[in-house]
Design a protein around this ligand. Sequence first.
Ligand code: SAM
Length: 398
Amino acid sequence: MTHDETTADAVAGPGGTPPGPSPVRHDPTVDPVFSDGEATSAADPAPSGAQAASPDPSFSAEPGTPADQPSDPAPAHPVEPSGEVTPTFSGPPEPATATGGSTAAVPVGDVEPLFAEPAAGDDRGPAGPPPASPAGPSVVDDPARSTEEPPAAAAATLPPELAEAARTLFGDRLDLAAAYAELLATDGVVRGLIGPREAPRMWERHLLNCAAMAERIPEGASVLDVGSGAGLPGLVLAIARPDLTVTLVEPLARRTAFLVEAVQQLGLTRTVRVLRGRAEEAAAGTRDTAPLSADIVTARAVAALDRLAAWCLPLAVPGGRLVALKGASAAEEIAEHAGAVTRLGGGEPELHRCGVGVIDPPAVVIEVVRERVVAPVRKKGPKRSRGGRRRGGPGRDR
Ligand SMILES: C[S@@+](CC[C@H](N)C(=O)[O-])C[C@H]1O[C@@H](n2cnc3c(N)ncnc32)[C@H](O)[C@@H]1O
């Protein structure tokens, strides 16, 4: 896959040329409709579908701009003009092309986003106070340290009973994973990106589950993580798998600000970039950004399978895959949405269990291969007369 130099302006992070999601042709197959339960901002009320015509940069990682909202109703103008957009990524090695996978499995477990309920402050511009400087990775519970650490940070320590699984999944990157856990539990909580109650189950429900997905991702693949939020699963995958090149796609400003800083603090700038925008924009490209694609498109807790396929399949290279971390309802989702997925150019959705014998319960993913590039479905607009006026419309005052 070729690197996409033209996306440099779309990327945020610490300096350099962006990496490799390759351009793919525009395929806005369906109307985006948002359903992930995030609060809708009155500040961003425009209808969907107009992103390509937006005069504003659609991607930005400028911390400090008001966050947009990806949820219903879908904003057409999801990203405010945010001033400076800094190319941030040094190009990693070219990723390999994805290969499909196929083993049957059964659904187990639940998938929960890391976020607290969106606070009123989620629309605030500045990303809050500067990040806490983690005192260092807390890989295992250490009573001697716990009194000296902020409660949230201490709560994110790796429980001893999960240490073996964590070592298996993160290998020699376990300290990095621990640093990320601590960042989430400190800065993430302070900024309202995650609820304090999530901290104690950070490893069990979030980091380990996400890391288990890595087994479904081929060596050297390019990955686009849609709706990364505070970095799940994309940042976790980048930590566990330094061979991957990962693009975190997230429309909300406060979250992208956090992501950019996390990438910098964790020293992942060589393999991770942050793109502020919606999946639909990333796939379609904008005035300032070329359409993106990747071997693997990941998502967790973003939308139901039909919507997810509509957003994510256009981001996968032909033959690439959507790998969505799901929960107990995965089988039902497949039964309900397989038809829609096929119409969107996807193959038969497959259910896989990841981390069998490592985490209990294993993580459940739904995978869909992008088998066909379907023709864009254009939304019908109001008919216009030759003069460009809408027929039957109010017309000009006479
Ligand atoms: C419930 S959160 C889950 C975040 C993270 N994946 C996790 O598991 O913790 C859903 C995320 O999807 C993002 N999102 C919603 N619609 C999106 C879209 N069309 N494109 C990209 N991201 C979107 C939201 O901004 C939000 O951060």
